[in-house]
Design a protein around this ligand. Structure first.
Ligand SMILES: *Cc1c(COP(=O)(O)O)cnc(C)c1O
Length: 223
């Protein structure tokens, strides 16, 4: 079942788009089924579960952290994450930089753009993102965030069945990513666009997704 779902998606997904299999709430056995089918990139959104799985499952898995990261849980996530996709505040970014400095590590991250109207949802504004990248680029003196590698943007479209609303979200984040890429050639790693989940990944690909994060369409509904 998991293997068939994976293969069906991979057959349709352009080969240059990276698939993150979102395994949150699913047991080790489900992850191992996907692993045996060749999948090596997985995503989790809760620090404790992320750490447990990263420590106990095969070491060649590339783990993406995709959830809200509370500032007191950095230690559970940063040592094991290939990519932290969900940097959703300047405060969190500053703490990740401090962690990188203290541990002699460069942390790969995506900046999460706040999309849609939901006021409760986290994420950075376009202005905050531009400001961060300007500081990182070194245009204003010594580059800030030397222990962070800015790899691109992440976004979650508005939770709705109305495809035109989702499209508007994808268009906005896609345009922003292109604009920032042109604006900051000093940041050559800034090229990923992580958008698209089980119900909207095909649309996301049309809007330039380089990473899609798919859970229930692979593993089934979460219990
Ligand atoms: C759960 C989750 C996904 C995957 O959602 P599905 O609808 O199950 O594909 C993608 N991105 C984030 C940030 C998530 O929390």
């Amino acid at each position: 079942m998991i293997e068939e779902n994976l293969h069906r998606i991979l057959k349709e997904l352009p080969s240059e788009v990276k698939l993150v299999a979102v395994s949150k709430f699913h047991p080790f056995s489900a992850i191992l089924s996907a692993y045996q089918a060749g999948q090596r990139r997985f995503g989790e959104n809760r620090p404790q579960e992320f750490q447990l799985k990263a420590l106990q499952l095969p070491q060649d898995i590339e783990w993406h952290f995709i959830g809200h990261l509370q500032t007191n849980k950095l230690k559970m996530v940063l040592p094991y994450a290939s990519l932290v996709e969900s940097i959703d505040s300047v405060h969190l970014l500053d703490l990740v930089e401090l962690w990188g400095k203290a541990n002699g590590r460069t942390v790969d991250i995506l900046l999460e753009l706040h999309l849609g109207a939901e006021t409760t949802k986290g994420g950075l504004t376009e202005e905050e993102i531009e400001d961060i990248l300007r500081k990182a680029s070194g245009r204003e003196g010594i580059p800030e965030y030397p222990h962070i590698r800015f790899r691109g943007l992440m976004g979650m479209a508005t939770n709705t069945d109305d495809e035109s609303v989702i499209e508007a979200d994808f268009e906005r984040i896609s345009k922003l990513k292109c604009r920032l890429e042109e604006m900051f050639p000093e940041l050559p790693d800034f090229k990923e666009l992580s958008i698209g989940m089980s119900h909207d990944w095909r649309l996301a690909v049309r809007y330039g997704a380089t990473i899609v994060r798919i859970g229930s369409a692979i593993f089934g509904e979460r219990g």
